[in-house]
Design a protein around this ligand. Structure first.
Ligand SMILES: Nc1ncnc2c1ncn2[C@@H]1O[C@H](COP(=O)(O)OP(=O)(O)OP(=O)(O)O)[C@@H](O)[C@H]1O
Length: 339
């Protein structure tokens, strides 16, 4: 559900504009030139209230760094991030409370010396006690926990209950955007479903937007409205989640999608697995041209010459490739895949 503004247009709650985040890398040799890890490189995207943007890509492609920049925990070297309907700059006092986060490991996210009540109250600084208690109970109810959990310590809760407390702590300040960084990865399948359903209900009711970072492509596809695919610090594709099954256009996205484990009952006969050779190139001083060229099954000489732009190939579907759609996961014969 997208919450319309007074004028009827959707309310934008995240605007990432040409964000670059580089970290210093070790010099190749003593006295050699300084080198940088291009963790996030020229990423632009936006998100409206009530919508969910999934972010996927191999380990080290920059998903969490982008998340930390959105949260204001890292300052971008270039570019800006605006959060909330009032477009506060991430990391400034105006952005406080506008964005919250839920991370992978609830046990380490919760202070073992604090009760649930204390942990959640921390997210409401300066709020009087009566209001705080009321908001605490509302937040607990929101995540399906009763008042009796308020005075428990984290070790007295199951992993699923701990993650519910983390969600309650994230929602109690009524943020406009919540970053979910592998937020359900540590939970077993049925708990994952429960937490995702809880987040969906919350979104329908409040219009909160989610950025959902995950390695679990199945969960991303099911939970997100749009999916962004990152490779070596850059967006290579950003598309409606409905295009995720057979409509992906970048060879890397297609290969990534093809490695998703199939479950019994998946109606996907003819889907073939594309095994990528080699590791992603180093994020230190990445190659010119398409960053996926070294591993792309459909590479041509011109792919290495210049970095392709992110182009809108279909409505609301952007891809960074000079031959979009050259690879498909669905093949009419088991060997055909590269056209
Ligand atoms: N504080 C840091 N200092 C130096 N390098 C960093 C730092 N944080 C991240 N990096 C590097 O930036 C790149 C992107 O890392 P990031 O953690 O954002 O990737 P990721 O896609 O979230 O990976 P994963 O899925 O494994 O969490 C990697 O090369 C990583 O080593």
């Amino acid at each position: 559900m997208t919450r319309p503004t007074a004028a009827g247009a959707p309310r934008r709650v995240l605007r990432v504009e040409d964000v670059r985040k580089y970290f210093k890398a070790r010099r190749a040799r003593l006295g050699g030139p300084p080198r940088h890890i291009h963790a996030v490189d020229s990423v632009s995207l936006s998100l409206d209230a009530g919508r969910t943007l999934g972010i996927v890509g191999e380990s080290g492609c920059g998903k969490s760094t982008l998340g930390r920049v959105i949260l204001g925990l890292e300052r971008p070297d270039v570019g800006t991030v605006h959060v909330g309907g009032a477009a506060a700059v991430a990391g400034t006092p105006d952005a406080r409370g506008v964005v919250q986060a839920v991370f992978q490991d609830p046990a380490s996210a919760l202070d073992p010396r604090m009760t649930v009540r204390q942990s959640i109250a921390e997210a409401l600084p300066g709020v009087d006690r009566a209001t705080r208690d009321r908001r605490l109970l509302e937040a607990l109810e929101e995540v399906g926990l009763t008042e009796e959990y308020a005075d428990r310590y984290p070790h007295e809760l199951s992993g699923g209950q701990q993650q519910r407390v983390c969600v309650a702590r994230a929602v109690v300040a009524k943020p406009e955007l919540i970053l979910l960084d592998e937020a359900v990865t540590a939970l077993d399948a049925s708990l994952q479903t429960q937490v995702l359903e809880l987040l969906e209900r919350l979104q329908e009711r409040t219009g909160v937007a989610y950025v959902f970072i995950s390695h679990d492509l199945r969960a991303v596809r099911r939970f997100s409205d749009r999916v962004a695919v990152m490779y070596l610090g850059q967006l290579v594709e950003i598309a409606p989640a409905t295009d995720f099954d057979t409509g992906l256009l970048h060879p890397y996205s297609v290969a990534l999608r093809s490695t998703e484990p199939r479950l019994p009952g998946d109606a996907e006969a003819g889907v073939r697995r594309i095994v990528l050779e080699g590791e992603p190139p180093s994020a230190v001083d990445p190659p010119t041209g398409c960053r996926f060229a070294a591993r792309c099954p459909a590479v041509e000489a011109r792919c290495r010459e210049a970095l392709p732009a992110l182009v809108e190939e279909r409505p609301d579907h952007f891809v960074r490739c000079i031959k979009p759609g050259v690879l498909t996961t669905v093949s009419s014969t088991s060997s055909e895949a590269v056209r």
